[in-house]
Design a protein around this ligand. Structure first.
Ligand SMILES: NC(=O)c1ccc[n+]([C@@H]2O[C@H](COP(=O)([O-])OP(=O)(O)OC[C@H]3O[C@@H](n4cnc5c(N)ncnc54)[C@H](O)[C@@H]3O)[C@@H](O)[C@H]2O)c1
Length: 338
């Protein structure tokens, strides 16, 4: 399946197909110098074929994890390209999760003021979320994605076969993002998830494609997050706060962060699908102190002055934006976790 992303001169195709990675040389223009950016935990089998299909390939492998999404590692990629004589007609390919994609995309956006970038997302989260939409970034002093650029890829390959090597916990994090976008925008997809689940679903390709199509629709309408694209932050405001004070993974925090942002009936439905995907709907022990969570949530770069825009769901498939004060967020949090 091919999903076109219509963004004028920055338009590109997303290819979603089992085994598509083996056809990378047909889908991407690899007849040039190619900087392959990946991390230490991405299995070699996911990029060795691609590397041998390039005219010249150079590997940039960083230590896995969010802590590596740094200006230093971004500079390491740029340095490598400079040393290997990369020109404006050469390109960068990311093979990995959102960390590899965001950092490699940012290097491509900056090197010689912008060279071609391709993305091969290998986590479920990066397939349905971070590989779509052209946001690239690195973190600085612990502040996530604070230095970055919009730089659309020239192409994306989503090969569901690569998910076979992903841990169930990382898989669940991607499932949280699918549940998020389905709950906000697509009641049919949400119902399908309610009845068939995501993990272990033989039609996972179709679920991925449906989620990608929703994100493409959002990005086509609002590439630079002036309005509609903020819907993707559903669950992320409190989620970021929870992430900052617990050791939970991003997708797990998004799962928890969605719950206080819904009406009671919607919350019950979301809780059921989260449980089925082995995502948390509460804390094992005592919930973290609201004051710490809310402080971290308000420090998020999307906070505007005294309030922050939140996404609320009264019904599955429709959402509204609401500016929330620190006090309001505290009430929301305590209603579910107090
Ligand atoms: N650009 C955007 O629009 C956007 C949207 C959402 C999230 N993000 C960013 O995405 C990042 C999170 O992405 P992520 O959850 O993919 O994290 P990640 O890139 O750290 O990947 C998670 C783990 O999975 C491993 N992995 C990747 N593919 C694998 C595979 N096929 N088999 C086995 N292991 C594999 C990685 O080595 C890593 O240890 C964050 O930095 C976040 O800010 C960006």
């Amino acid at each position: 399946m091919i999903i076109p992303v219509g963004l004028g001169k920055d338009s590109y195709n997303i290819v979603i197909e089992r085994g598509a990675l083996k056809r990378a040389a047909e889908i991407f223009d690899l007849d040039r110098k190619v900087m392959i950016v990946t991390d230490s935990q991405v299995p070699v089998e996911h990029y060795c074929g691609l590397a041998s299909a390039c005219k010249v390939s150079v590997a940039g492998i960083f230590q896995e994890g969010e802590a590596s999404k740094t200006p230093q590692n971004f500079l390491n990629i740029c340095n490598k390209m400079l040393k290997e004589g990369f020109s404006r007609r050469d390109c960068v390919v990311a093979v990995g999760g959102g960390v590899a994609g965001d950092m490699a995309g940012f290097a491509a956006a900056c090197y010689m003021r912008g060279i071609d970038f391709y993305n091969v997302p290998t986590t479920l989260l990066s397939q349905v979320d971070s590989s779509v939409g052209g946001k690239t970034a690195v973190d600085l002093n612990g502040v996530k994605n604070i230095i970055g650029a919009f730089h659309q890829p020239r192409g994306v390959i989503i090969d569901p076969d690569v998910l076979k090597t992903l841990s169930p916990r990382q898989f669940a994090c991607g499932a949280a993002e699918i549940i998020k976008i389905a709950a906000c925008m697509d009641p049919e997809l949400f119902e399908r998830i309610e009845s068939c689940g995501i993990a272990g679903n033989p039609d996972i390709d179709e679920i991925i494609a449906a989620a990608v199509a929703l994100k493409v629709r959002v990005v086509e309408e609002d590439e630079r997050e002036k309005g509609l694209r903020k819907v993707l932050n559903f669950g992320h405001t409190l989620g970021h706060g929870i992430e900052a004070v617990t050791g939970l993974y991003h997708g797990e925090c998004v799962a928890l962060g969605m719950l206080p942002m819904c009406s009671g009936a919607v919350r019950e439905r979301i809780q059921e699908v989260l449980k089925r995907e082995n995502l948390p709907v509460g804390f094992f022990e005592k919930a973290p102190e609201p004051v710490k969570v809310i402080e971290a949530a308000m420090h998020d770069k999307k906070a505007e002055g005294e309030s922050i825009v939140t996404v609320r769901l009264d019904n599955i498939g429709s959402f509204r934006f609401e500016a929330a004060s620190e006090e309001q967020l505290t009430r929301d949090y305590l209603e579910v976790f107090g």
